[in-house]
Design a protein around this ligand. Sequence first.
Ligand SMILES: C[S@@+](CC[C@H](N)C(=O)[O-])C[C@H]1O[C@@H](n2cnc3c(N)ncnc32)[C@H](O)[C@@H]1O
Length: 447
Amino acid sequence: MERSVSNPPLPPPLAEFLAARPWLTTRAELPGDPVGMLGDQESALFQLLARDVFAGRGAIVDAGSFLGRSASCFATGLRRNPAFRAERDRVHCFDKFRVNGPDTVRFLRDRLKLGACVGDSTRPIFDAQVAPVSELLVVHAGDFHATVWDGGPIEILMVDIAKLPTLLGRLVEQMFPQLIPGHSLVVHQDYHHPWLPHIHVVMEYLAESFELLVPQVDDSALFRCIAPVPPDRLLRASAYDFTKTERIDLMAAAIARLPQEQRHSVAEAQVLQLAWLGETTAARKAFAELDALAQSPGASRHWLSQHRAVADHLEDRELAALMAAHEWPAALARVDASLERRGPGAKLLAHRGRALLELGRTAEALVAVRAAATSPDFAGTQSGDPEFWVLEARAQAAHGDRSAARASLGRAQSCGLGSTRREELARRLRLDDAPPSAPQSAAASGD
Ligand SMILES: C[S@@+](CC[C@H](N)C(=O)[O-])C[C@H]1O[C@@H](n2cnc3c(N)ncnc32)[C@H](O)[C@@H]1O
């Protein structure tokens, strides 16, 4: 996948561009400076690719447009390209334009001071942000899983939508056959990112069709298509049909291709892949090696924040496994160690409450649950989760406060708890009977 003399020669504009590395010294100039999830160098790279490298031989695809920043980068660059032909050249934007989770809710609050809920449309924000370039865009709104690409050759394909193997599969199936061998560029914006190991696995599997031109620009990696993807490979890659061993080996090969100092985020992706494949011991070992590197003074802030997020995720998985196995003393020890390392957070405090409740330490359980409910991140993490209110109801009932427990079950129901489960819990916690003579036993488990 790295540049090799046997690969087709680079088109001269691309060769010059790669030699000059202008994304390191240029800032993207964007009317209105649209907000988005790109770094400064990536923004410049996208704009400059459209301005200086695009040759009018196919479409520019912006797969994962969000609020329009990447689309604006490509469209503004395209407009300044001397080869631009208004009747021919377009940037195709793909997105479902919906607030897809708490991270996006937080992003809209912090960056645009907008209150939004999961499921709300983001299309009005996209439309406002891309207004200065809207005539250059073709917008394909909807779930990318159903996308059919019938727009002919693709010259630049920016991938920021492959959040699941199935989404990457759709992209590979629909769009990779339209890449022009020797010419088309693919940017994987999530390459230096721990959470999407399928991207590395698939690109490594297709290594004979793609060379890695620029291993890292912010979170992105830039590839060139050097040969058509053979049909059998296209089929396997789009179905993500790989054994456990293949996935682990392909990822190891993808890491080995990168310069030593650019391996960290992808090595984190291998840690997560190992954990998700059930290779817990190997995941721990790989994580420990990264943990040692994370102590070194040269570790970048960006990677360290990814590393901490991976550490949290591994701890959370371990805790979830202990809780699922009803190993309550070990779960309490695990959650206390996490609270010590990460500081108080609503979710961890709720887990602490659950472990204490199961251990019959009801007064302490209630304190932990109340601490969760007053934690600053409660609204963003727990307040909409019916299971939090079930837990609170159980702790209150165990403590003998039946009217508070009834109110909590009511909140659980308003957050989506089914009425059958609510009635069953009310019965188990004896919330519908005459007052009991003594506090309920914690054995009224919520499971
Ligand atoms: C990280 S954002 C893209 C950021 C964007 N490129 C920018 O410049 O700010 C990823 C986008 O993928 C979109 N997405 C995720 N899953 C999708 C799906 N199944 N169908 C369509 N879009 C999807 C999300 O809606 C989100 O806007």
